[in-house]
Design a binder for this molecule. Sequence first.
Ligand code: PLP
Length: 394
Amino acid sequence: MHQSELNGQKLASLALDYVQVISPYVIGKPIDEVAREFGLTDILKLASNENPLGASPSARRAIQDLADLHIYPDGGGFALKAAIAHAFDWAPVGIILGNGSNDLLELVARAFLAPGRNAVFSQHAFAVYALATQATGASAKIVPALPATHPTMPYGADLTAMAAAIDDHTAVVFLANPNNPTGTWVEEAQLRAFLNAVPPRVLVVLDEAYSEYVDRSLYADGRFPDGLKLAREFPNVLVTRTFSKIYGLAALRVGFAVGAPAVIAMLDRVRQPFNVNSLALKAAQAALGDHEFIERSRAVNAAGLEFMQAAFAARNLSVIPSMANFVTVAVGVPAGLVFDALLKEGVIIRPLGGKTDTGGLSCHIRITVGTQAQNERVLVALDKVLAQLRAEVR
Ligand SMILES: Cc1ncc(COP(=O)(O)O)c(C=O)c1O
């Protein structure tokens, strides 16, 4: 073994125990690499819940001028915070910006979690909750989700069980609404009952990365909870949002959280001074005001979601009812095999299961809702590979 490699391994063994045992986040293959490997030109990526319409046109225009690339960004994000404050009627001192909302989840972990403390979240939750928790040496209390046979919300978060799992050492609860990778959601009445049951000393992170996709009528009739309204009533609620999904700015990495100013001040202490770059700040501000694009994205997604759910029902494939911009479907064969076979067809999806799965979804795949043409293409490819795989299994 080469001397430098030996040193590397020795050093690695000195990393904190709780860091050594983390299962790394599995990064999908880049489009260019898939194209090269399989000799394909037209790759369709429906693996990361990005916006199939691209970025908000206003945002694209806002970052055409690159004259100031040598200047550090505004570390306080003054203009973007002012725009968010205006859009959501929230005081700027109660807002923090992140390098994606992922950054904000990590800031929460760094500020509130440590060995001896724990974070509570549901089975089938967003993978970053476990990663951010483990990186601090805190333990993750993963609460079994509602059963696959649940009449209205199969695989959804079981809020009653989550409230019961909170103990004296719990510092944080993570809850995505709607959730990724299941698309499931919690209703206003259930969430309110949960928040009333949670001790006020526990910070509840309400991750609303996909909330803009939710059918507006559910907000209007009070069935889908408005996180910002709850954060006004419950000072221990922190709402996180992202510009990566409906605003179409995933590459720029920008998100925000709103909550009690005193909580925001703690997150600010552990934040990198320039965590959000200048282009992201400008693009996000423009995207926030691009109502036409947001409405169009929502409408395309709603139609696509309906189309995909109906298409799977027609194929007798069981879909988890989704309120987000993706569908998770049981394919009856191991998800990894379907992923590999679809790659050869030039289609990238997300296989569930794998190392970070906490059980039960190893034959499910998650497909981002695309444009109508993209949705049709993934269905044709899926029909083909499932027919092949089933023939092989037989
Ligand atoms: C539930 C949920 N929260 C947060 C994120 C993080 O998104 P970003 O860091 O791009 O804002 C994602 C991304 O897929 C997500 O699915």
